[in-house]
Structure formats: structure tokens, C-alpha cells
Write a protein that binds this ligand. Structure first.
Ligand SMILES: Cc1cc2nc3c(=O)[nH]c(=O)nc-3n(C[C@H](O)[C@H](O)[C@H](O)COP(=O)(O)OP(=O)(O)OC[C@H]3O[C@@H](n4cnc5c(N)ncnc54)[C@H](O)[C@@H]3O)c2cc1C
Length: 311
């Protein structure tokens, strides 16, 4: 039996995927969207979003995503539960195999699989996530006015997060497990020069301390002496990197050294014609809902134009 070929298949239901679905649904392309293991994406695990335009009072992340989903449902979008287990973009139509074994063929593919912040993996970190523990200064820095916060990490991202947090916090402490930061000289210097930033080197996080409802401190372990010291603080920001969800396409699409899918300038087109990538899976700079929405729109418009060109 011949398999159906879909015009547009979108992988992922975060802000980027839902936006691509709304646009391609309204363009009458009857898109199919594959939800993945986390329907709604990263914002499902957060509380208030205060920087998404249109919600002057802020909006809980899960509610924002439920509204996006409802909007997509209005426009003839087919939803599929499950995740993509295998992808083949070596020839068109592109082939996908879901984790339940179903096969899907697509004339255009929109990859909106997002990225995940890396976490330390200690229990207290999970307990206080959203209650003082964060992995995004741009998202949550505002909640830490006049507070003392710790930033864990030693790369450029950690320096950027620390510098950004000085706009709000009274003191920012950078914690790094090595003797020296591995950030670029210019970024390390900028952080060192900032009077609000203190550094603690050769230290790892042993535990995040709290009163059951919010973070109250952090216990650090010196990697040389093994000494454990508790420090009072109101927030802990993890800045130890992000992992783009792009392994399905490794060796098939051009990626940068960190595994982010590369897209052409001013476009979401990947190295394979007809395959587009939007949101955090191709954005290592901004990683915001509103930028994911913007590139989701671009992917849908570009997919539509590509389909027009091959008809
Ligand atoms: C705790 C937290 C708070 C945040 N707060 C803010 C904020 O206040 N403001 C802001 O603008 N941004 C915030 N962000 C960042 C924001 O969530 C992301 O920038 C945004 O969600 C990226 O959207 P996306 O659509 O690219 O990917 P994601 O939201 O990551 O969604 C990815 C989707 O892809 C699916 N997927 C992954 N792999 C597969 C697969 N193999 N098959 C099928 N589907 C797959 C997942 O199930 C998911 O649905 C926050 C992030 C976190 C973690």
C-alpha cells in the first residue's frame, strides 16, 4: 500500500512548533505535528512568564502553551502523540519513524525539538527548580532584585548570566570547579571588573539548601581540601551549558560544534533543502519563547514557499 505523503510535518510542540503549526494550518497545508515526550515544551515546567508580549500581568507557562495549542487546533492541524525515533533526510520525501514504529513521509520538515539546559543532577536542585533554582537569567533574573545569587559555571554563558544578574541582584557569586574560568579573556575580565561579582574557584556544589519552599543557601565543596562551607543566598543559576535535541539529525544536517542545527542567514533553512529548523534547536544565543515563536513563523512561511516552488 502506498504511504501518504504529508506536505508539512513539524517535530515538537514548544512555542516554535505550535507557531509553525498555526501558520501552516492557516495556509491550508494541513500540517502534522508530532508532540514528543514533553508536549508544550520547556515552558510546561515553569511558573510565570513575564516577558511574552500580550500578557501585561504575566502568564503561567503551562497556560501560555495550552493557549498556543488551542490556537493551532483551530486551523486543521493533526496532532500525533509520540516521539520521532529515526529520521532520514537523505532524500525527499523525508522519512520519519516514530517510537511506536509508525512511518511518516514529508515533503517539508520543520524541526522544532528545542534544547535542554544541563543540570547538575543533585536532588535539591530538582526540589527548588522554579523556587530559586534557574537555568535562565534572562527569564528569571527580574525575580532576584536586591538578592544574593550564585551562578554555577565557568564558560562565556556563566559570565553573561552573572553580568546580566548584576542588574538586579545585590551580589552575584560565580562558582567554578577549576582554578581558572574557561570563558574568553574578554568575558572573564568583564566579570572580574564588575564590583558586584565575586568568584569562588575550585568549588563544586554539594547541596542547594532551602526551607522546603525556597532556596536559602548553597553548600560548596572545595575540590582540593574537601572542605564543605555553607553560604546564604536566595538563588542559584546553573550555567553549565545546553543540549540541543538534534541527535536524530547528526551526520545528516550541518551542525555547530555543540550540536545546534545550522541555518542559513536570515532564514531557517538547513543544509538540506526542504528541511527547516526553528526555536532553541538552532538558537544558542537568545533561547527565548518569543524568538522561538518568531523562527517558527519563518519556518512555516519558508516551507510554504518551498512547496509552491516544487509544484
Ligand atoms: C524553567 C524555564 C523557564 C523559562 N522561562 C522563560 C521565560 O520566562 N521567557 C522566555 O521567553 N523563555 C523562557 N524559557 C525558555 C523557553 O522555554 C524556550 O526558549 C522555548 O521553550 C523554546 O521553544 P522551542 O519550541 O524551541 O522548544 P521547546 O520548548 O524545548 O520544545 C521542544 C519540543 O520538542 C519536542 N521534542 C523533542 N525531541 C523530540 C522528538 N525526538 N520527537 C518529537 N518531539 C520531540 C518536545 O516534546 C517539545 O514539545 C524558559 C525555559 C525554562 C527551562
Amino acid at each position: 500500500m502506498e504511504k501518504e505523503i504529508r506536505d508539512v510535518v513539524i517535530i515538537g510542540t514548544g512555542p516554535a512548533g505550535y507557531t509553525a503549526a498555526i501558520y501552516s494550518g492557516r495556509a491550508n497545508l494541513k500540517p502534522l505535528i508530532i508532540e514528543g515526550h514533553q508536549p508544550g515544551g520547556q515552558l510546561m515546567i515553569t511558573t510565570d512568564i513575564e516577558n511574552f508580549p500580550g500578557f501585561p500581568e504575566g502568564i503561567p507557562g503551562p497556560e501560555l502553551m495550552s493557549r498556543m495549542r488551542k490556537q493551532a487546533e483551530r486551523f486543521n492541524v493533526d496532532f500525533i502523540f509520540g516521539s520521532v525515533a529515526e529520521a532520514d533526510v537523505s532524500r525527499s520525501p523525508f522519512g520519519l519513524t516514530l517510537d511506536d514504529g509508525r512511518d511518516i513521509l514529508a515533503r517539508t520538515l520543520i524541526i522544532a525539538t528545542g534544547a535542554n539546559a544541563k543540570w547538575l543532577g543533585i536532588e535539591s536542585e530538582g526540589l527548588y527548580r522554579g523556587r530559586g533554582v534557574s537555568a535562565c537569567a534572562t527569564c528569571d533574573g527580574f525575580f532576584f532584585r536586591n538578592c544574593r545569587v550564585f551562578v554555577v559555571g565557568g564558560g562565556d554563558t556563566a559570565m553573561e548570566e552573572a553580568l546580566y544578574l548584576t542588574k538586579f541582584a545585590s551580589e552575584v557569586v560565580l562558582v567554578h570547579r577549576r582554578e581558572e574560568f574557561r570563558a574568553s579573556k574578554i568575558m572573564s575580565l568583564r566579570a572580574k571588573k564588575n564590583p558586584k561579582i565575586k568568584t569562588m574557584l575550585n568549588e563544586v556544589v554539594d547541596e542547594i539548601l532551602g526551607d522546603g519552599t525556597k532556596v536559602t543557601g548553597i553548600r560548596l565543596k572545595n575540590v582540593k581540601s574537601g572542605e564543605l562551607i555553607e553560604h546564604a543566598c536566595d538563588g542559584v543559576f546553573m550555567a553549565i551549558g545546553h543540549e540541543p535535541n538534534a541527535t536524530l539529525f547528526k551526520g545528516q544536517l550541518d551542525m555547530d560544534d555543540y550540536g545546534y542545527i545550522l541555518t542559513k542567514a536570515h532564514s531557517t533553512e538547513t543544509s538540506v533543502t526542504g528541511v527547516f529548523a526553528c526555536g532553541d534547536v538552532q538558537d544558542f544565543i537568545y533561547r527565548q519563547a518569543v524568538t522561538a515563536v518568531g523562527t517558527g513563523c519563518m519556518s512555516a512561511v519558508e516551507a510554504e514557499r518551498y512547496l509552491e516552488s516544487i509544484r
